[in-house]
Write a protein that binds this ligand. Structure first.
Ligand code: DX5
Ligand code: ZN
Length: 220
């Protein structure tokens, strides 16, 4: 299966979003971390800024919403035109209803799990989603250390997707780099978010290319 590389602009220079987005034009999607200083202890941007990012981005947007009350606050990101909208299981009262709403609005529906949230309660709901996002750091900040303790959950999620015969992308976010990518791909992820590994490099395009090469070498 092809592996997608979605750089997170969280580690980019917010004073030059147009230039920073252009640096990742060879990536698959731009990962947009929306934080509300409530669900996570950090604040980034909301609908007006994401709407402008959507208007100028050379590649589709992969919105990762780390915001409370996803039921009420997530659909606007689909209306803006984000190709994929990820909301957190911990922030949604009615995940099935919300996933259906996002799909009705034309976005891919994606469910994220924090490190301590198990996949098992959501196994019967997998068919409602286009993607599952497994966090491998506590959400809130870029540049954190990859949590190896999350690897078994990636493996179990891949097994559940295969057992159900579904075509669902499995995204991993947090601490993905040249040093950890082999473990992530071996566990079964096929969409990789990389923030500091891409924007912390001297050449973002070269970093994306290196991650692609490393991922391909570990694909079964
Ligand atoms: C963390 C964000 C991640 C973060 C990844 O809450 O969801 O997308 O930007 O950054 P790195 O790759 O540096 O861990
Ligand atoms: Zn993210």
């Amino acid at each position: 299966m092809p592996i997608d590389i979605n750089p997170s602009i969280l580690s980019s220079d917010f004073a030059d979003l147009r230039g920073e987005l252009d640096k990742i034009s060879t990536a698959d999607m731009a990962h947009i971390d929306v934080m509300d200083n409530h669900f996570v202890p950090n604040l980034t941007f909301g609908p007006p800024v994401v709407e402008r990012i959507q208007a100028i981005s050379p590649i589709p947007l992969d919105a990762h919403l780390m915001i409370a009350d996803a039921d009420r606050n997530a659909p606007v990101y689909a209306e803006i035109g984000c190709a994929s909208v990820t909301f957190h299981a911990e922030a949604a009262a009615a995940p099935v209803r919300l996933a259906r709403e996002l799909r009705r609005l034309g976005a891919k529906a994606s469910l994220a799990l924090k490190p301590a949230t198990p996949i098992e309660p959501y196994i019967d709901l997998l068919g409602e989603f286009d993607q599952i996002l497994i966090m491998t750091v506590e959400p809130g900040f870029g540049g954190q250390k990859f949590l190896d303790v999350c690897l078994p959950k990636i493996t179990r999620t891949r097994e559940a997707i295969s057992a159900a015969g579904l075509e669902i992308r499995l995204q991993v976010d947090g601490g993905v780099s040249a040093a950890t990518i082999d473990r992530v791909v071996d566990a079964g992820a096929d969409v990789l978010v990389a923030g500091s590994a891409v924007y912390g490099a001297d050449d973002a395009a070269a970093a994306i290319s290196e991650l692609r090469t490393l991922a391909a070498a570990h694909t079964h």
